[in-house]
Unconditional design. Sequence first.
Length: 411
Amino acid sequence: MNARDVARLPNILFVSLDTVRADVAFSGKLPGVERLRQQGTTFREAVSSCPLTPVSHATVFTGLQPTRHGVRHLFREQLRTDVPTLAECLRAAGYATGAVVSCPGLDAWYGINRGFDLYDYEIPLLPDGRDPLRVNDVKLRGLALKRAPVVVERASAWLAEQTRPFFLFAHFFDAHWPYEPPEDVGVPVDNPYEGEVAYSDFYLQRLLDTVQGMGTSPDSLLTVCFSDHGEDLGGWYPNDHANGRGYPYEEGHGCLLFDATQHVPLIMSGHGVPVGREVHQQVRLVDILPTVLDLLGLDTPASDGASLTEFFGGGGRSRPAYSETHFPEELAASSGYSGLSPLASVRMRDDAGARTKLVWQLGGSGVTFYDLAADPNEEHGVPMTGCPATSPVDTVVRTEPTVAAAPGPTE
C-alpha cells in the first residue's frame, strides 16, 4: 500500500469496557455509551466467547475461538505464534498501533501485544506488595489496575504524537471488583458497581472528545466499543446466580456461562457504519476482526467469525454463539470448592425470536438446556441425557483441537 492509500485509511479506536454487563451498558444511564449508540450501530445481542479477560480479548484480536487461538486459562497458555492479530494486520497496512491496558489479564506475556508499536501494560502492585501476575484469585487481582484517568492521559499523549492513521486500543478496568467508584460523576446509579461503570463512561467521553477533536470527520474514524464479559453481582440483578441461587463461586465472573457474564455490549460507529441503527439478531465478539478488515477493504485471515456488515442494510441472520470457560479447574485447585468442571455452551436465536442455550461439561457428559425466551434468568435448566450427532454440542466437541500449555509466570 503506497503513502497516498495509507493516508486515506480511517483512524480506528477500540474501547474495551471490561466487566460491563449488557443490561447496564444499555440502561440509558451512560452518556458516553449513548453518544456512541446515536452515532452508530448497536448490537443488542452480542455474546462473548469466555468470561475471562485474556481469553475473550484474544478472541477479539484474532477472530478465532479459544480452541484455535490457544488462550484458555488465566496464566497457562500464550497466544499461538502462528495466529495473526488485528494489530499485526493493521500495522502491515500502514497504521500506527498503540494500546493502553489496565489489568493483569492483558499482560504482554499472553502475546496479545503483538503488532502494537506501543503496548502500555504497566500496573501497580497489590496493596500488600505482591505481584498481581502471581495471584490466581480473580477478585484479588482486581485491586491492581490502571484507573480510567491514567488510561485516557496516556492514550491521549500517544495520539498527540501520531502523524499517520492510527489504531488505538483503550482498555478500562474500573468496573471490575472491588466496586468502589473514586468519584461521583453525576450519573444516577443503583449500586456501587454501576458507579464504577459510570466512572469508566465519564472518562470514555473524555477520550472520545480527544479523538473526535483531532479534526476527524465521521467517516474518517471507526470506533468499536465492547465488553469482554459481564459480571454476576450476587443478587443485585435478576439473572445473577451467585449466593442465593446456589453458585457462590460465581460471584464476579469466570466459572459459569449464564447471560449475566456472556451477554455483552457491542457498538460500532463511524467509517461505513449506519447511524442510529439497532441490530437484534445475535452476533459474537469473534465477528469484530473480520468486520473491521471488511470495512477497510483489507484481506481477512482465517476466522471463526464473519463480517457484521450484512446487518447494516437491515438483513442478516442470527449466528450460533460458542462460549467456554476452563476457570473452574483453576478455582478448584486454589480453593475449597470441589466438583467444578470446565464448561462450554452454544447460545442460539432463530428468525422467530426463539432463544435457547445448551451448556455442557467439557470432557464430560452432562448437558443442560435453557429456553431463554421463557426463562430469561436461566433458573430452570433441563438436563439432557444425550444429544443427536448433528447438535452444536457434538460438532464443537469433536472438532476441538488439543492445545499445549505454555509455562506461565507462576510456573
